[in-house]
Design a protein around this ligand. Structure first.
Ligand code: FAD
Length: 347
């Protein structure tokens, strides 16, 4: 599984360019700058995070819940990432995840339990004790106590600050171009879906989300409402705001959210709790998740270029672990077969 390669030249203290300041590029920058490398991060958008899919994420750090539909590698890397998040970003909220289903959808809850692990089964009293807003509404639930979440709009600027404090140079409004000559030991390509011309298998999986504001309901942790068509989740953010997401649509369309998705998301949010009926809609947006055909992340080694991509639904969950893997590779050439791909093609 783990193979040691010859140490690349200049590996001790490398000159590294990172392209793309989404969650992938931020964690790479922070990790490598803290390891002592000379790191320059360039991001094409002038406004920080304005063009990153990461800005729309629910940013749930939910390795066990994601096991419902993901390969075991996602949980393994996600579990390694949780302590990294907590160590570098103390605002990481570890309040667990709560999974609910309407009475007619209880078979969905049973299926979710079969596919996942590390949960507690709750009855109605247990649900009410965790989230008083749901008292008397749900008689059964699953609770995953070790899961966490962050808020992208707060976490991403904080990671950026930490990277700069660690010595990284950061430039916004600076587009990296492959043709640009440079004397870097490594170029780490974290351009998300913009890298698809260089990664032909990469596709977009569209996700639509809302942010609403209401003081009619308070939640402490992400809540998922299972549904046969698609599960809804609501993530509590600061100042009475809630992120409601998300559609998962096989489409590379980055255009605005559709009426159908609005009806689906808002209808399910209202089903979860009628208090959302009075909430004010602050934002309704869509973007695509950069994804490979197996929906697994991949670190592609192509000469001095290292492409970190395909984080699909798991960018926040996986970015710290992928950064640690790249840091190990730069240090001593270590790779793991299930994440790294050596690509010798001349492009
Ligand atoms: C609605 C929704 C909900 C989600 N919920 C979750 C969740 O709960 N948990 C989770 O872990 N993940 C979640 N995700 C997935 C997560 O958002 C993605 O996996 C993640 O955003 C991918 O990050 P990235 O940094 O690879 O790409 P991006 O965030 O898209 O960043 C790529 C960056 O590269 C820049 N760039 C492109 N070309 C260039 C260039 N030539 N030069 C310089 N910069 C360039 C772009 O402008 C962009 O800023 C969700 C996604 C969506 C859409």
């Amino acid at each position: 599984m783990v193979a040691a390669r010859e140490q690349p030249k200049g590996a001790k203290l490398a000159d590294i360019l990172i392209a793309g300041a989404g969650i992938t590029g931020l964690w790479q920058t922070l990790t490598l700058a803290r390891a002592g490398h000379r790191v320059r991060l360039v991001e094409r958008s002038a406004e920080p995070f304005a063009d990153a899919a990461s800005r729309l994420a629910g940013a749930m750090l939910a390795p066990y819940c994601e096991s419902e539909s993901a390969e075991p590698l996602i949980a393994e890397l996600g579990l390694q990432a949780l302590p990294l998040w907590r160590a570098l970003y103390p605002e990481t909220r570890q309040q667990g995840s709560l999974i609910l289903a309407a009475p007619r959808d209880l078979p969905e809850l049973a299926r979710f339990a079969r596919m996942t692990s590390h949960f507690e089964r709750l009855d109605g009293a247990g649900v009410a004790a965790l989230e008083p807003a749901f008292a008397g509404r749900y008689g059964q639930a699953l609770f995953y106590p070790s899961e966490a979440h962050v808020e992208p709009g707060r976490a991403m600027p904080a990671l950026l600050r930490l990277a700069q404090e660690a010595g990284a140079r950061v430039e916004f409004g600076a587009r990296w171009d492959e043709a640009e000559p440079g004397s870097y030991d490594h170029v780490i390509d974290c351009r998300g879906i913009a890298a698809s011309p260089d990664l032909p298998e990469l596709r977009g999986v569209r996700g639509e989300m809302l942010v609403v504001e209401t003081d009619e309901i308070a939640l402490r942790r992400p809540v998922r409402l299972l549904h046969p068509r698609f599960p809804l989740y609501v993530v509590p953010w600061a100042e009475n705001r809630f992120m409601i997401g998300a559609t998962v649509i096989e489409s590379g369309d980055r255009g605005p959210a559709t009426v159908r998705s609005a009806l689906d998301l808002l209808g399910l949010a209202y089903t979860l709790h009628p208090a959302f009926g009075e909430a004010r809609i602050l934002r309704f947006a869509a973007d695509v998740r950069p994804s490979f055909p197996d929906n697994m992340p991949r670190i592609t080694l192509r000469g001095r270029r290292i492409l970190v991509n395909g984080l699909y639904r798991h960018g926040f969950l996986l970015a710290p672990s992928l950064a640690a893997l790249v840091a190990h590779y730069i240090k001593d050439g270590t790779t793991r077969q299930d994440v790294f791909l050596e690509d010798y093609c001349e492009r």
